[in-house]
Design a protein around this ligand. Structure first.
Ligand code: FAD
Length: 471
């Protein structure tokens, strides 16, 4: 057919991967169209992911800190929470960022087309919008259609008391009793928010530890603190059945393993299901453009983010794990630069992960266990925050910083940090790995005192055996 819109670069999906790719493509001189089904740009991350969750976690953190302050003689009393104003704050944060994106698109002359896209051929996408359908013809394309929450089958999803993370972020109410199904990052972040707001929270996790992707020792201080805050955690347990009753949701549990234990059925006011995310690759008719999609909906790509169709790239959550915003933006830039003719490919060694819980958990590169499994000669440097003057001063000594080294090369292979602000601290370890740093490079770098960041240098010095035990 005749195209309504023609462009050099079409980007499908305006999440962090897509908008980054579109902006980079435009900056490199390509005539760019950005297709997004929702009126607001920003995707999951800005609208219903990273950003609103962190805004609410900030409120939770303030509530926690205020309670904690009694330890040094400052009493605030019980917090009074105005849910409408808290929700408005979160919405304002999101709105400020999505509006910013709309402005940046305009500035770069990226044409935004609102509607749901499906491929009809190797160079054509049909966009179904409120005002009918448009055919967009493109020379090259970057698919960035992201992912969505997995909905456990058999749960009464038409009942608003059964929530996914998007529903939970809406903050409709503070349930008296909340069940969180899934003890991964998203589940625990939301558990942290609702606990701080006053919910009685229970978490069930199928695996034998919380945040199954992280090292066990890193998770322990978080598990201890959750327990202290009164959050009930059941490991190796699954929520087997949810029955909507008038007085609440009746949930039956089963042990993950035969012969294991599970708690008795319970009644909850709300249930949040956070058991993972599924890629949107299977909903785009991508095969019509010659793009291979796996049975699970992932789109395989090479080191330049090219799909099986050479002129079509894919990035972000729908190309695979880890499903993280900073991975999506990195890939978005890369794909746009390759499309513009630059000689680029994936060279990053590591992608950091952060759980913005209280305490935070952050890790990057190989964990100690992974390094050993690879058969490497592993050395570990660990610095307990109980020896950090700063951590003592803020009365948060439960954290520690750990670095993993390759004994043969002396280089850092990975690192993990648990403690307040761990997410802010992990970037140094990522940089060290990218730069091929050795323990001395980190240990001999002068870090400001007294900071939590010093703990990274101390962990390196602990490995070298030169630690000075300095508070
Ligand atoms: P998405 O953000 O999923 O964007 C895809 C876009 O494509 C969407 O806007 C969608 O509407 C659009 N789209 C899909 N199909 C079509 C179509 N056919 N036509 C038109 N448009 C379409 N990551 C972090 O790094 N840090 C965090 O703190 C963090 N917190 C999170 C908290 C929560 C509660 C959740 C759910 C996720 C969180 N994530 C976090 C993950 C992060 O949100 C994702 O990794 C990131 O959004 C992926 O970006 P993306 O560009 O691949 O896709």
């Amino acid at each position: 057919g005749k195209a309504d819109i023609e462009c050099e670069m079409l980007v499908l999906g305006a999440g962090p991967g897509g908008y980054t790719a579109a902006f980079r493509a435009a900056d490199l001189g390509m005539d760019t169209v950005l297709v997004e089904r929702y009126p607001d740009l920003g995707g999951v991350c800005l609208n219903v992911g990273c950003i609103p969750s962190k805004a609410l976690l900030h409120a939770a953190g303030v509530i926690g800190e205020a309670a904690h302050a009694s330890e040094f003689g400052v009493d605030f009393g019980e917090p009074k929470i105005d849910l409408d104003r808290l929700r408005a704050y979160k919405d304002k944060v999101v709105g400020q960022l999505t509006k910013g994106l709309a402005g940046m698109s305009k500035q770069r002359k990226v044409r935004v087309v609102t509607g749901t896209g499906r491929f009809v051929s190797a160079h054509e996408l049909e966009v179904q919008g409120e005002d009918g359908s448009k055919l967009v013809r493109f020379e090259q394309c970057i698919i960035a259609a992201g992912s969505q929450a997995v909905k456990l089958p058999g749960f009464p999803w038409d009942d608003p008391r059964v929530m996914d993370s998007t529903d939970a972020l809406e903050l409709a109410e503070v349930p008296k009793k909340l069940l969180v199904v899934g003890g991964g990052i998203i589940g625990l972040e939301m558990a942290t928010v609702y606990r701080a707001l006053g919910s009685d929270v229970t978490v069930v996790e199928f695996m034998d530890q919380l945040i199954p992707g992280a090292d066990r020792d890193l998770v322990k201080p978080l598990a201890d603190r959750l327990k202290k805050q009164g959050v009930t955690v059941h490991l190796k347990v699954k929520a087997a059945k949810v029955e909507a009753q008038k007085k609440g949701l009746k949930v039956a549990f089963e042990p993950a393993d035969e012969g294991g234990n599970a708690p008795d059925a319970g009644v909850f006011d709300r249930v949040l299901v956070a058991v993972g995310r599924a890629p949107n690759g299977g909903k785009l008719d991508a095969e019509k453009a010659g793009v291979e999609v796996t049975d699970r909906g992932f789109i395989p790509v090479d080191r330049q983010m090219r799909t099986t169709a050479g002129h079509i790239f894919a990035i972000g959550d729908l190309v695979g794990q880890p499903m993280l915003a900073h991975k999506a933006t990195h890939e978005g830039k890369l794909a746009a630069e390759v499309a513009a003719g630059q000689k680029r490919e994936w060279v990053a060694r590591v992608i950091p992960s952060v759980a913005y819980t209280d305490p935070e958990i952050a890790w990057v590169g190989l964990s100690e266990g992974e390094a050993r499994e690879k058969g490497l000669k592993v050395g570990v440097g660990k610095f307990p925050w109980a020896a950090s003057g700063r951590a003592i001063g803020i009365a948060r000594t439960e954290g520690f910083t750990k670095l993993v080294f390759d004994e043969e090369t002396g280089r850092v292979l990975g690192g993990g940090i648990v403690g307040v602000h761990a997410g802010e601290l992990i970037s140094e370890v990522a940089l060290a790995i990218e730069m091929g740093a050795e323990a001395a490079d980190i240990g001999h770098t002068i870090h400001p005192h007294p900071t939590l960041g010093e703990s990274v240098a101390m962990a390196a010095e602990a490995y070298e055996g030169t630690i000075t035990d300095l508070y």
